[in-house]
Design a protein around this ligand. Structure first.
Ligand code: ADP
Length: 434
């Protein structure tokens, strides 16, 4: 399929890493010109600074003004927000440029876990009891006000960073203080998110968890895939591991899930573009955990392929963003899955063994170690980056799951402790010295 070469795509992303690169390469492969808007240009390790427009996503109106000024006459024909941080900027900009997108009010709701809970509750969806507290409030006092088991989480971060389960007041105090330290750490403070001054506490919802990857076109939701998460996600931390599609949920549960997903989208007011949403399912029904107007994170989009040419999700989304043909293509019928390789402990990643053996597992399509050797990697709940990704395909989801587990079992990561080092500007130690 060929595209008109004159098209321009704006990618808005906080991280100019492997995910952004995949989208950019995909777009360029279609003959599309790519422009970046990012807030990460202050980072010395960012090799893309020259090519990206620096924008403060935490001040979306200013971000939009700067982008409009930078575009001058050459405006983009479409835009995609990768990750949670740019979604409001993307919505405001789409409105200003007359491009299809989400209403800014919907994007704003999705940027805050508290506002999202309020909107879902108001629409009559199943939501846990929840309450937010200022970060300064004494954790011991809060521990007497909440029910157990509960989940403590930040209002703004993503990828389960800072999300912890507490079964009693003592665990709560430990978790809340840990979250306070994380939110006050230089790494998070630099994001200048106003809502990082609060924490959210909600009832723990037991049950199976699934993720839905969707695509909205002028209000119409197309579910691209339902992913099972076959590992129990019972805490105390909630990093992702295996995603496998198609789901093995019984038909009636799938229907209930799709209904709930549709209602979630309506309740949030989402209208156009990618959707990634998580749900828990138990005897009471389907519970939305969170919905975000952005694609699945990391390299996971590679799991989904569409049409006879087996284009990846990235291409489907680029086509959709630019209004090019191809975004309606059906997904292939094979089962597919990805393992986001968990971080067993924080430290310096010194060595990875067994990559060849892992790749040799039948059904394994690829393995990408994305963590850099000799760099520090944080385990959850402080962490938010995986060691890498394993991809598998097969005739049935259980075969895919088994292949991912086998490949993972063949990998060994040597992670050694790092001595705490003070932050050069603030003189503070990292959120957690391992
Ligand atoms: P993030 O946006 O950082 O991923 P979420 O609110 O989606 O944060 O929570 C991350 C994960 O934590 C969820 O996928 C789920 O496994 C778990 N989780 C969050 N809230 C609850 C809850 N109330 N009950 C049970 N598990 C939860």
């Amino acid at each position: 399929m060929s595209a008109r070469p004159s098209r321009r795509l704006l990618l808005l992303a906080s991280k100019l890493g492997y995910q952004t690169r995949r989208f950019a390469e995909t777009a360029r492969g279609l003959g599309v010109e790519v422009i970046f808007g990012t807030d990460r240009c202050h980072r010395l390790d960012d090799p893309w600074c020259d090519a990206a427009l620096p924008v403060p996503f935490e001040r979306p109106a200013e971000a939009v003004a700067r982008l409009l000024e930078a575009f001058n006459v050459q405006r983009p024909d479409g835009l995609l927000a990768l990750g949670d941080r740019p979604v409001l900027t993307a919505a405001l900009l789409a409105e200003r440029l007359g491009l299809p997108g989400n209403p800014p009010a919907a994007a704003e709701i999705c940027r805050s876990k508290l506002r999202q809970r309020e909107a879902l509750r108001a629409a009559g969806l199943r939501v846990p009891e929840f309450a937010s507290f200022p970060l300064e409030q004494d954790a011991t006092v809060i521990s007497r006000l909440v029910r157990y088991p509960c989940v403590v989480k930040p209002l703004v971060l993503a990828a389960s960073q800072g999300v912890m389960r507490a079964n009693d007041p003592e665990e709560f105090v430990t978790a809340a203080r840990r979250l306070q330290r994380l939110l006050e750490s230089p790494e998070i403070a630099v994001l200048r998110e106003p809502e990082s001054r609060y924490l959210l506490v909600e009832d723990y919802i037991p049950g199976r968890e699934v993720a839905v990857e969707g695509l909205l076109s002028a209000g119409r939701l197309r579910v691209l895939a339902i992913f099972d998460k076959p590992d129990p996600m019972e805490g105390p931390y909630f990093e992702e591991t295996i995603y496998v599609t198609p789901t093995r949920l019984p038909e009636h549960a799938q229907q209930a899930l799709l209904d709930c997903c549709e209602r979630t989208v309506r309740a949030l007011g989402l209208f156009h573009g990618p959707l990634h949403a998580e749900f828990r399912i138990n005897d009471s029904g389907v519970w939305p955990i969170e919905a975000a107007p952005r694609p699945i994170g990391g390299l996971c989009a590679r799991t989904l392929r569409f049409g006879p040419e087996r284009i990846y999700l990235e291409e489907l989304l680029v086509r959709h963003a630019l209004g090019l043909p191809g975004s309606e293509l059906p997904r292939e019928s094979d089962a597919a899955g990805v393992m986001m390789i968990p971080v067993p402990r924080s430290g310096l990643l010194e060595n990875v063994d067994g990559e060849q053996a892992a790749r040799a597992v039948a059904g394994v399509e690829d393995l990408q170690i994305t963590a850099r050797l000799h760099d520090y990697i944080a385990a959850w709940p402080e962490g938010s980056s995986y060691l890498g990704f394993i991809f598998a395909r097969g005739a049935r989801p259980e075969l895919v799951e088994a292949a991912l587990r086998e490949a993972h079992a063949r990998l060994q990561f040597r992670i050694v402790p790092r001595l705490p080092v003070e932050h050069p500007a603030s003189g503070r130690l990292p959120a957690r010295a391992e």
